[in-house]
Design a protein. Structure first.
Length: 212
């Protein structure tokens, strides 16, 4: 997906604007998110984190609350309005933030302890998935975290009346099949009944066993 792709135009245009307006940062989401992320961060202590596709920063707000003031949080976000709101959020205190997509991450190889997406890869066309995940793995110094919808078989589904913008698959298997330097540390499921904002997301935590 390049800067002129239909999918990127979709998220940087009106639909992307409507998305962040529907998804506000609230105390309930933050407190609920802390409980969810505790399951992932119980046994790892990264010093730096990069979220690819942060929108207005809901996940980063949660991680700041959970991990404390010393963690270095970084972000890339392609939607200009969402990015403007993200960098103005005083709760997050970003180390670095860039208004760009995830296909050319402006970070050095092996430079961020943990790189992750949350509900982003589901909007990447299957033919472009290797490109963005390659960048994620390249930048990761140690961990890759993937939080996305799961399907046993790759499938495209309608998304709020639109086609070709929502794709489900086994993202954990995709990472392992394409990047042999990754090994699985843990994986899990955010049951919507317990964590409504995550809508039955699956998550996979990988460790990088060799450098990019």
């Amino acid at each position: 997906m390049t800067k002129t792709s239909p999918q990127l135009k979709f998220w940087t245009g009106k639909f992307g604007e409507d998305y962040w307006k529907r998804n506000k940062i609230t105390t309930e989401k933050t407190e609920n998110g802390i409980k969810a992320y505790q399951r992932i961060f119980n046994n790892i202590k990264p010093k730096s984190i990069l979220e690819v596709g942060s929108n207005i920063g809901i996940q980063l707000t949660i991680l700041r609350k959970l991990l404390g003031p010393d963690i270095k949080l970084n972000s890339v976000e392609p939607n200009k309005t969402a990015f403007a709101k993200l960098i103005k959020n005083p709760q997050i205190k970003l180390a670095q933030a860039y208004n760009c997509d995830g296909y050319h991450l402006p970070f050095d190889n092996d430079s961020i302890d943990l790189v992750f997406t949350s509900g982003v890869l589901i909007h990447i066309p299957p033919q472009n998935l290797p490109d963005i995940t390659k960048e994620i793995v390249r930048v990761s110094k140690r961990y890759v975290l993937c939080i996305e919808f799961f399907s046993h078989e790759p499938e495209e589904k309608a998304y709020r009346g639109h086609r070709n913008v929502f794709f489900k698959r086994d993202f954990g298997a995709f990472y392992l099949d394409h990047f042999p330097m990754l090994k699985t540390i843990d994986y899990g499921f955010f049951w919507e009944r317990e964590f409504p904002q995550f809508m039955d997301y699956h998550w996979w935590l990988f460790e990088k066993t060799s450098k990019a």
